[in-house]
Structure formats: C-alpha cells, structure tokens
Design a protein around this ligand. Structure first.
Ligand SMILES: Cc1cc2nc3c(=O)[nH]c(=O)nc-3n(C[C@H](O)[C@H](O)[C@H](O)COP(=O)(O)OP(=O)(O)OC[C@H]3O[C@@H](n4cnc5c(N)ncnc54)[C@H](O)[C@@H]3O)c2cc1C
Ligand SMILES: NC(=O)c1ccc[n+]([C@@H]2O[C@H](COP(=O)([O-])OP(=O)(O)OC[C@H]3O[C@@H](n4cnc5c(N)ncnc54)[C@H](O)[C@@H]3O)[C@@H](O)[C@H]2O)c1
Length: 469
C-alpha cells in the first residue's frame, strides 16, 4: 500500500514550505516533494544570490565614486571570488534555515525527487516520486519556472549561461553579452559591469524594461549607459557562433558582437512538463502555465497551483502571498486575518533592483492613459528625483516619482518610483493602497525629514487631471 498523506506539496518554492509547515502545525500529514534544492529559484538562483551580489557591486560602484564624496580610497579592485563566496554563503545559510524549519516540523515528510501525477482514485491522488508511490487527498503545485532559451541558430553549439550557471562562474567574464533587457538582464548586466566585466545588452524590444513607461525606460537606459554598458534595443539575433575566445552574436543587419560569455535573460518557462498533469486532467494555457481561479484552485477539485506556475505574478512575494490566499480560503479558515482571499483583486507590485531601483505598484502612466480614454477620472502627479532633497544629499538624483489616483474614489491606483530607495519607498504606497483610503489620508501623515518618502504628500498635492486626446 502506498503511504497516504492528507496533503502533498510538489515543489519547495516560495509558497510550498510555508504552507507545509502551517498545515502540519494544524495536524495534517504533509509530503513535501522537491526534486532539487529547497527554496527553489528565489533562495538558490534568484533573489537571494543576486541581491547579495548586488551589494558587492554597489560597494565597488560607490568606492569608484568615493572622490565625489570627499573620500580617497585609491585604486578600486574587485575580488570576484570573495564576492561570489559571500553570495554562496548567504544562499547556503538561507537554504539551511528553510531546511531545518521543514525538518523540524513533526508532520512534514520531505520526499526528495521529481514528483508527477500517476492518477486519481476514490478522491485520492496518486503521485510518483522516483520509485516511490504515495497518495494524498489534496495536492498543491509550487514547481515554478526555469530560464527560457530562445531557439536561435547555433545556440546548441555555443557555451551559454542562464541565471543558474551565471552564479557558478569562478572568474569575472571579460565581456558578458546579455540577451534580454528586462529584470534579469538589467540587474545582472549592471552587477557584472560593476564587478569588472565589459557588458553589452542585446534587447529585442524597442526599449529597456518595456513593460514600464517610456520615460522610465529612458531613465534606466541613461544610467546604465553612464556606466559604459552598451545597450542595443530592437535587435534581432540571426545566429550565434562559438569562438576560441568565447562567442559571437550575429544580428540581422550583419553586425557582429563578440564576447567571452553569453547570458540568456529572455524570460521563463513553467516547470509543468514533468508533472504528468494529463493523468489527472489539470488544465494549462498554451505555454504550460497552470490555470487557476482566484482562490488558486485548478479545474480539478483538490489540486491548487501556487507561485510562478499559475502566472498570477512572477515574484517571491506573490508566490508567498498565494499560500496565504489558500490558507485564508481553507476549510479551517486559518488565514482569516489575511485581507486578500482573492488573487484577482491584489495589485501587481514589484521592484527591479537595478541601482537606482525601480518600485512599482498598480497602474503606470500608460495604463492610466488607457483608463482615462475609457472615461475614468484619473489624476496624476510627479516629481523628478533631482528635486528630492535626500537624493541630492546622497548624490544620487536619477529618477522620478509618479503617482496615479482615481479622481472619484480618491484611491491611489498606482505608482512608479525610480530612484534612490525606490524599492523601499514603494511599500508606503502599496501598504496604503491596501487600506483603500482616500489619498488625502496619506497627505495628513507626518513623514520624516530628510527621506524620499517625505515627498509623497507633497507630490500628491500636485495631482492634476490626466487629459488624453
Ligand atoms: C535571477 C532571478 C532573480 C530574481 N529576483 C527576484 C527578486 O528580487 N524579487 C522577487 O520577488 N522575485 C525575484 N525573482 C523571481 C522569484 O525567484 C520567483 O518568483 C520565486 O522564486 C517564486 O517561485 P515559485 O514559488 O513559483 O517556485 P520556485 O522558486 O521556482 O521553486 C520551484 C521548486 O519546485 C521544484 N520542482 C519543479 N518541478 C518539480 C517536480 N516535478 N517535483 C518536485 N520538485 C519540483 C524546483 O526544483 C524548485 O525548487 C527572481 C528570479 C530570478 C530567476
Ligand atoms: N526584481 C525582481 O523581482 C526580479 C528580478 C529578476 C527576475 N525576476 C523574475 O524573473 C522573470 C524573468 O525575467 P527576465 O528578465 O528573464 O524576463 P522578461 O520576460 O521580463 O524579459 C525578457 C527580455 O528578453 C528580451 N528578449 C526575449 N527574447 C529575446 C531575443 N531572442 N533576443 C533579444 N532579446 C530578447 C525581451 O525583449 C525582454 O527584454 C521575471 O518575470 C521576474 O518574475 C524578478
């Protein structure tokens, strides 16, 4: 007889482990199935290592700028191996913490191996994990995504990097060609430039971070080019070739870019292909992302999909939030204190950790223009970071603050903040939006001087109706 669990969770990403421990604490028997490293992309190949490396890169950058602040540090050198070792140490500590939490959880059994559905019978799902078979009443899928590699001619014959192998480098690339001009391309391009690589970004979109407003893309392009990162937008890669010294990328206009290393930062594909979803009839979209309702239940009763695999956000905080939504809607109603029970209602919010960072929530200006065209009463206000005292004092004045408000309900609809501390300041807006209060309440707050956030009430005082012709 296969061992039976109340709950099986496939994939220990950002939703699975927290859910496992919570359900186990409530007395359920939980199988936590993981084929690779506990913590998934965020802990091992995503947020944790990249934000740790970002710090080394920022220190190098500020050291190079030391004279601007009246400080002499002499020639700045980068100990690449030490920076990478610091990053790996942080990853290991983070993963170990998660593992010990799971291992210490009495009702959680960790099953190591790739999980797949074998079928269902009498309300129980059967899972195959290597040569082990188990059954469960409920299954939560948290299997995430992996790097998508474009099918470019010659790609199978060249050595290339993705977000996993990039972190395994032992020497800094002399010239890193980054394909992709969005979150990963920009964050990693800037980090590796600051660690000493020459960097070229090849981007098929017309502008960097093309989901953002045009002026935000222009600000990003300006600050990365100021660091001698070469940016080529609107490119179409015809083929890639292996060289003794690395790799050559040939564009459709016959331009040839040679580098020592090639990184693909061209989006993600879902890890749904080895789940054998057909055996239980779970629906996916054409790209393999699992379809769910607003409570994250799939079309099959008793199977939920959480995190990047459900395409309802592609961030650690959205994945973690997914487990809270599931708990809030669970039979035990254990998450009743959580406000959000409906994934359709939450606003999109994220940061891009370039330096300076971008903080985003809800509508951007392009969305706002569309809404205004459709008759919505929209107010907008903005201020350049060069007019923010704290930014001037820090000597980091690139960027802007843009706020968008509904003129009738007076609720804040969105914000784009790019500039120093934008990754933190955006949370003031995101948290405030959760109260659904009028923006006038935020204007009554007493902010601290000198901070970037102190300008938010001032910016709101300048709200004007957005008119679109
Ligand atoms: C370079 C990079 C930087 C990033 N930086 C940020 C950031 O700064 N902030 C942010 O919010 N987000 C960031 N992200 C995104 C973030 O990492 C993901 O959104 C987050 O990890 C949530 O993923 P998840 O919970 O869906 O699953 P994942 O973290 O992808 O984990 C899925 C797990 O499932 C396992 N698995 C897959 N298939 C199976 C199977 N069949 N059986 C068993 N196990 C399986 C995998 O091995 C993996 O451990 C970054 C991503 C990358 C790649
Ligand atoms: N700060 C963060 O939260 C953070 C950081 C890094 C990654 N992430 C996550 O990782 C995911 C993936 O990020 P990403 O940057 O790889 O993907 P993305 O989908 O955001 O961007 C892909 C980029 O690659 C370009 N591109 C695609 N095919 C190309 C080709 N053949 N030639 C040239 N350019 C091409 C696109 O124009 C775009 O700029 C994000 O959706 C996000 O969820 C988040």
């Amino acid at each position: 007889m296969p061992k039976h669990f109340d709950t099986a969770i496939i994939g220990a990403g950002q939703a699975g482990p927290a859910l496992a421990m919570f359900l186990a604490d409530g007395g359920e028997s939980v199988a936590m199935v993981e084929g690779n490293l506990m913590g998934g992309s965020c802990v091992n190949y995503g947020c944790t290592p990249t934000k740790t490396l970002r710090k080394s890169a920022r220190v190098a950058h500020l050291a190079r700028r030391a004279a601007d602040f009246g400080i002499g540090v002499g020639d700045v050198t980068v100990d690449f191996a030490a920076a990478m070792a610091r990053m790996r140490d942080r990853v290991q500590t983070s993963r170990a913490g998660l593992e010990s939490g799971l291992e210490g959880s009495e009702n959680v059994e960790i099953l190591r191996g790739w999980g797949a559905f074998a079928g269902h019978d009498n309300g129980r799902f059967t899972l195959q994990i290597g040569d082990q078979t188990v059954t469960a009443d409920k299954v939560y899928i948290n299997t995430g995504t992996r790097a998508s590699i474009p099918s470019i001619k010659g790609v199978e014959a060249v050595p290339y990097l993705d977000n996993v192998s990039l972190l395994e480098l032992t020497e800094c690339p002399a010239h890193l060609i980054v394909v992709g001009g969005s979150y990963i391309g920009l964050e990693m391009g800037q980090i590796f430039r600051r660690l000493g690589a020459q960097v070229t970004i090849l981007n098929s979109s017309a502008r960097l971070a093309s989901r953002e407003d045009e002026d935000v893309s222009a600000i990003i392009q300006e600050f990365v080019e100021n660091e001698d990162i070469r940016v080529m937008n609107n490119v179409e890669i015809t083929c890639v070739e292996k060289l003794d010294s690395g790799v050559a990328v040939i564009l459709d206009d016959n331009q040839r870019i040679e580098g020592t290393h090639l990184l693909f930062a061209t989006g993600r594909v879902p890890n749904s292909d080895r789940l054998n979803l057909d055996n239980v009839g779970v629906n996916t979209d054409d790209n393999g992302f699992i379809e769910t309702d607003a409570q994250l239940q799939t079309n099959v009763n008793g199977i939920w999909a959480l995190g990047d695999i459900n395409k309802r956000g592609a961030f650690t905080h959205t994945s973690y939030h997914d487990h809270q939504i599931v708990l809030a809607n669970s039979a035990q109603n254990v998450g009743s204190l959580h406000q959000w029970r409906d994934a359709d209602e939450r606003p999109t919010t994220y940061a891009m950790f370039t330096d300076p960072p971008l903080g985003r929530v809800g509508m951007n200006l392009a969305d706002a223009c569309l809404a205004a065209k459709n008759g919505q009463h929209i107010l907008t206000a903005e201020r350049m970071m060069s007019d923010v005292a704290r930014a001037k004092e820090e000597g980091e004045t690139a960027g802007l603050i843009r706020l968008i408000v509904d003129g009738e309900t007076e609720q804040i609809l969105g914000a784009s903040i790019i500039g120093i501390s934008a990754d933190e300041v955006i949370a003031v807006i995101t948290n405030f939006m959760a109260t659904k209060s009028s923006y006038r309440v935020l204007q009554q707050a007493l902010p601290i001087h000198p901070t970037v956030a102190e300008l938010l009430p001032t910016v709101l005082a300048g709200l004007k109706r957005l008119s679109v012709v």
